[in-house]
Design a binder for this molecule. Structure first.
Ligand SMILES: Nc1ncnc2c1ncn2[C@@H]1O[C@H](COP(=O)(O)OP(=O)(O)OP(=O)(O)O)[C@@H](O)[C@H]1O
Length: 265
């Protein structure tokens, strides 16, 4: 009998896991804000965190860079592995992670300094001293944040003189300047007009070539437009997560379906 040639299955490329969150619980005093959250966040993807107000989205994001560890009233249990390194049980603090993990907040918050100084700040505190090196980093970061052409002729003007959308792209440039691996974005467009929002969304899609991006958003259309994966939180629990297209069209859970179809929230 002739042997049947064995054809191995084509290996499917698995995305690398950057954050492996295991059974994470968080309490603000008596408020149990995160309940048994287990979730993996993958490299060079955009993951959207969605859910109604108060469900724990920002708390989850702030735990990924250990910001919540700085609040004395907070108790944490479970663990988070960042590229295999234990964050919670190792007692690591936010300063160790801040070079790798940049964060941008809802309201643009540039320092009251020049555009140049805002971007040079991070590299400077991480030891970059040479002017030529700082100048190169500032230019590269502003280019990567799609802001260079708008500000290249006024780098020493006050950052607070920029429009809201420009200020938010400056905050993204400031986060990029330390060459992080991960960007945490907490509702980065909720204070912006539609045009500035579109620019930031285009920017996020370009940045995912180089960075792992986790974005909290109230805007479900935004999650659909820009994210690869979505995680839906409800009352501190992770109800469901997975590919964005699937979560929005054929969710596994009734609560997800009700939320994404606008029946509550
Ligand atoms: N500093 C704090 N001290 C006490 N409780 C807090 C604190 N921050 C958040 N909480 C509580 O923890 C829960 C989760 O809050 P969180 O801000 O993470 O939710 P969210 O989903 O990001 O909400 P929103 O969409 O309104 O920003 C809420 O019950 C909130 O009241």
């Amino acid at each position: 009998m002739q042997a049947v040639a064995f054809k191995p299955k084509q290996a499917t490329k698995q995305a690398t896991v950057v954050y492996d969150v295991q059974d994470l619980n968080l309490w603000y005093g008596k408020t149990h804000a995160l309940k048994n959250v287990t979730l993996q966040l993958k490299e060079k993807q955009v993951t959207a965190i969605i859910g109604p107000s108060g469900c724990g989205k920002s708390t989850f994001l702030k735990t990924l860079n250990l910001m919540t560890r700085m609040e004395p009233s907070i108790r944490l249990a479970g663990d988070i592995y960042y590229r295999g390194a234990q964050l919670l049980s190792s007692k690591m603090d936010m300063t160790t992670l801040c070079k790798d993990v940049g964060m941008v907040f809802q309201k643009p918050n540039p320092f009251p300094k020049s555009i140049f100084e805002n971007v040079a700040y991070g590299p400077r505190i991480h030891g970059v001293r040479k002017k030529a090196m700082l100048t190169a980093i500032v230019e590269e970061s502003l280019r990567d944040a799609f802001l260079w052409d708008e500000v290249k002729d006024r780098l020493h003007a006050p950052a607070l003189g920029l429009s809201g959308g420009q200020q938010q792209r400056l905050c993204i440039a400031r986060a990029l300047a330390t060459k992080p691996e991960v960007l945490l974005l907490d509702e980065p467009t909720s204070a912006l007009d539609p045009l500035s929002t579109r620019k930031i969304e285009e920017l996020i899609l370009a940045l995912k070539q180089k960075y792992t991006i986790i974005i909290v958003t109230h805007n479900m259309q935004q999650a659909r437009r820009i994210s690869d994966e979505t995680a839906f939180f409800y009352m501190g629990e992770l109800v469901e997560s997975g590919p964005t297209a699937k979560l929005f069209t054929t969710p596994a859970q009734k609560r997800t379906e009700d939320y994404v179809s606008g029946q509550f929230g």
